[in-house]
Design a protein around this ligand. Structure first.
Ligand SMILES: Cc1cc2nc3c(=O)[nH]c(=O)nc-3n(C[C@H](O)[C@H](O)[C@H](O)COP(=O)(O)O)c2cc1C
Length: 434
């Protein structure tokens, strides 16, 4: 693990039982720390932990071997260097991705001697492997940028966005998921980029189709493979779905049998280590990708990796540790963007860290208005929950429930009852993603 000096992630590691033990044997081994129940294992929080019935294999992306086959998704506005660094410190993500970068914008900046996009922050110096995602609909522009990323930035993978459903990208720029209706153009973009980036692998990320009525994912996946892509990530929704409903993993699972060599990475709605094991176990994928759930839980990749390898799943950091991790994240952002811009940018990340915690609504309402570092620290101090707050709430609730029902509720049930995640109608100034 690559933690920065003084990183609170070190405390998370030192937390008894939280560090994945490299000497832990396979589930069922004497040294594994598991009690083999025959129905999965017990994790360290006492829950039953599903286990993978096969050995976890790396995923081969061109010459690059990615292990574990767990991918940190590209997320515009979120997966910048600071977020990637926090994820890296916890470990568990075999390949991390930047936010999507507009190829045309990159070329324009280059031609006008401007600084390269902020979205490329950190990529020259940070550890590899690292994927940079680009988008546009012009093969030559994409090839030009791909070549620059390979030669000047030495990125490990160039990924193409064929999944973005946002109007600015689809209707205005005929790119992202818009291109799913035009497999010939997709072919032209991929094959040109593969040629320009050689030997660096080119991958693609897509949805199941533009609309529910026009799901052409099998045909598109075959095209992507024929064009020479080294891997394909599929988010199990259509562009029309945006984020509605659930990701359709049955359809993701169908794809692989139609391909000859290209690995498939499944994506959509994975929120826990158990769900990640379930995805590997029940769907025909070579790897999985996690996006939204990791925003407030950058340690999720490490938990998923442990579960897949049959090691005890490290528990979530305590609430007090999570506050320290959030402040560490804030430091990285302010270091790059300065106090004002860094504070504005950090508001949405702070909302993600607070999600599903007691008092999250209050915290969001206040943090979404801060403009200075002093205000940021003051709101965190006053409204970000502490372990003692949580314990007090749990005690009160437990007492009330015991009085009305003798059944013991689990800690998770109690927390869930107190802080059900907000719904989309929640208009108190949250970040809009989590
Ligand atoms: C705020 C946000 C930004 C995103 N930006 C990108 C992006 O830049 N490129 C991309 O391919 N997908 C992007 N996505 C989609 C995710 O990578 C992922 O496919 C989707 O969220 C489903 O995965 P999940 O259920 O694990 O969140 C974005 C999603 C969100 C919520």
């Amino acid at each position: 693990m690559d933690s920065l000096p003084g990183s609170p992630v070190a405390n998370f590691e030192a937390n008894p039982g939280s560090k994945p033990r490299s000497d832990a044997g396979a589930p069922g081994d004497e040294n594994s720390g598991y009690e083999n129940t025959g129905h999965g294992n017990r994790n360290e929080q006492g829950g039953s932990q599903p286990r993978l019935s096969r050995t976890l294999s790396p995923i081969q992306i061109g010459d690059l071997e990615v292990y574990p086959p767990i991918f940190q998704a590209p997320m515009a506005g979120y997966t910048n260097f600071a977020f990637r660094q926090i994820v890296r410190e916890f470990g568990g993500a075999g390949l991390q991705a930047t936010e999507m970068v507009n190829a045309r914008g990159f070329v324009w900046l280059d031609e006008h001697d401007c600084e390269h996009p902020d979205r490329l922050w950190g990529i020259k110096d940070e550890p590899r492997p690292l994927a940079v995602q680009i988008w546009d609909n012009d093969p030559e522009t994409m090839a030009k940028v791909g070549r620059r990323l390979v030669e000047e930035y030495q990125v490990s993978v160039v990924d193409i966005n064929f999944g973005c459903p946002v109007k600015q990208v689809t209707e205005k720029a005929h790119s992202g998921s818009y291109l799913l209706r035009d497999p010939d153009r997709m072919y032209a973009i991929i094959s040109r980029l593969v040629e320009a980036c050689h030997p660096t692998p080119v991958t693609a990320k897509m949805r199941l189709g533009c609309t529910r009525d026009s799901m052409n994912y099998i045909n598109v996946a075959k095209t992507v493979e024929r064009a020479g892509a080294a891997a394909l990530t599929v988010h199990g929704r259509t562009a029309e779905d945006f984020f509605k409903g659930s990701a359709d993993w049955d359809r993701i699972s169908e794809i692989k049998q139609h391909l000859n060599r290209m690995p498939i990475i499944g994506n959509g709605d994975l929120e826990t280590a158990e769900q990640v094991v379930h995805a590997f176990e029940h769907y025909n994928v070579d790897g999985i990708m996690i996006a939204r759930a990791s925003l407030g839980k950058p340690w999720l990749f490490a938990q998923a990796a442990a579960a897949l390898e049959g090691r005890p799943v490290p528990p979530d950091p305590t609430i007090d540790q999570q506050r320290e991790i959030m402040l560490h994240h804030y430091d990285l952002v302010v270091e790059r963007f300065g106090a004002h811009r860094g504070t504005m940018l950090m508001r949405k990340f702070a909302c993600c860290y607070a999600q599903s915690k007691p008092g999250a609504r209050h915290f969001r309402a206040h943090i979404s208005r801060v403009e200075t570092q002093d205000q940021f620290y003051a709101v965190v101090e006053k409204y970000f929950p502490r372990q003692s707050d949580l314990d007090a709430i749990l005690e009160t609730q437990q007492a009330a429930r015991n009085a009305s029902s003798p059944d013991e509720l689990s800690r998770e049930e109690l927390i869930g009852a107190e802080c059900a995640p907000r719904d989309s109608s929640d208009k108190d100034g949250g970040c809009g993603v989590c």
